[in-house]
Design a protein around this ligand. Structure first.
Ligand SMILES: C[S@@+](CC[C@H](N)C(=O)[O-])C[C@H]1O[C@@H](n2cnc3c(N)ncnc32)[C@H](O)[C@@H]1O
Length: 376
């Protein structure tokens, strides 16, 4: 599979005259039908996969989110739309918790670009929810054309969208891409095209000055994605969780090699050309860019919080106590306590992962977590 994918990369490079943008390379190795990392049928998520996401780590994550979102869904006539649902675990945990709380919602819809993951989601949700509950779970190929009320959820989706990679040399912007040398893909550079040059100069003006040879990334899909998501949202929230930073921290002079990494069997790989199609490739999210694109698309930025603080202020401690019970089952209690630590401690997922909530004609549900919008 990897060899076929590499052959596709090589042919495209040759056909294009010797250079492929890194954005195109990332698109191919992650999403090329049948071959790319997210669409080739291999197991990726979970302890026996390549990386573990918060919903894979603990059902407390989805359950906390569900009960925090309940006030938005309660009035009736609202639904949930999840982007990039991975194994389907978050959807199953959210639906189960909403049922426990007797919160009715119109539908749970999933928009997933990978046919392979879509099949995995269908299998997991059928097994967890049963046929009757599955009646209001649906998969979409594109965003709904009709107006939508409710909540849009995207956990670790933005980081999986391809990036342009750039280098800053002699005050000029270079587009990093891929050349084919000695039968392998290697980095190459050419002067940046206008859109990339404009974007990078604006970043340098806000977060620079950068040292010579500074390398980082820019994600062109962010703005169009937020515009598309905002369009059908009549009223409700967009809840985004991912690893990332405010712009000044992301593009600080010290982060001189950017954030692009691979994940394979729970290991971080620094060579983006290693194991094509068999390794996840990802870059952090510029949350200032998310906020700007959201505002440009007519959404309000309601809050920005660290994942740990968000979960602790959104009801996780009470839920833990409820699930851990009276301590009759010490093993279960220890397991849940360990999951809470992983989700919330600053050295684990608590600070590296951020939550941003956007809204249209919708108030933020109650919660006692600190709002960090001033950092953006
Ligand atoms: C890192 S995984 C996260 C999966 C899941 N949300 C979780 O937290 O376990 C990224 C997911 O986003 C999907 N994805 C990437 N780009 C997408 C897009 N533009 N629209 C919808 N899904 C997308 C991938 O196929 C995959 O399911």
């Amino acid at each position: 599979m990897s060899a076929r994918l590499l052959e596709k990369v090589r042919t495209e490079i040759v056909d294009a005259g010797g250079f492929m943008t890194f954005h195109r390379y990332m698109e191919l190795v992650l999403y090329e039908p049948g071959l790319g990392y997210y669409v080739n049928g291999r197991r990726k998520l979970g302890a026996d996969g390549d990386f573990v996401t918060a919903p894979e780590l603990s059902p407390l994550f989805g359950a906390t989110l569900a009960q925090w979102l309940a006030p938005v869904l309660r009035p009736g006539g609202a639904g949930i739309l999840e982007f990039g649902a991975g194994s389907g675990r978050l959807a199953a945990d959210v639906i189960t918790r909403l049922d426990d709380l007797s919160v009715a919602f119109d539908h749970y819809r999933i928009l997933e670009v990978s046919p392979d993951l879509r099949a995995q989601q269908q299998a997991l949700l059928s097994a967890r929810l049963g046929a009757e509950r599955m009646m209001n779970v649906a998969w979409l190929d594109r965003l709904p054309a009709e107006p939508f009320r409710g909540v849009i959820v995207a956990n670790e989706v933005l980081d999986a969208m391809p990036v342009e990679v750039f280098a800053w040399r002699s005050q000029a912007v270079w587009q990093r891409g891929v050349e084919w040398v000695d039968d392998t893909p290697v980095f190459a550079e050419r002067p940046a095209p206008a859109a990339l040059e404009r974007a990078v100069r604006a970043l340098e003006a806000q977060a620079g000055p950068w040292p010579e040879g500074y390398v980082s990334e820019w994600r062109p899909a962010l703005e169009p994605w937020l515009k598309a998501v905002a369009e059908p949202l009549e009223s409700g929230l967009v809840w985004i969780a991912d690893y990332g930073f405010p712009r000044r921290a992301y593009y600080s002079a010290e982060r001189r090699e950017g954030t692009l990494v691979g994940y394979c069997r729970q290991q971080m790989m620094l060579d983006p050309f290693a194991r094509p199609g068999l390794m996840d490739l990802t870059a952090s999210v510029d949350f200032t860019a998310v906020a700007e694109a959201a505002t440009g698309a007519g959404l309000e930025v309601l809050t920005y919080a660290a994942q740990g603080e968000f979960l602790l202020g959104a009801g996780l401690p009470a839920l833990f106590e409820q699930w851990a019970g009276s301590g009759d089952d010490p093993r279960r209690m220890l397991e849940l306590a360990q999951q809470v630590r992983m989700l919330t401690l600053p050295g684990e997922m608590g600070e590296r992962f951020q939550i941003m909530v956007l809204g249209r004609d919708c108030a933020l549900p109650p919660g006692t977590f600190p709002d960090r919008r001033e950092r953006l």
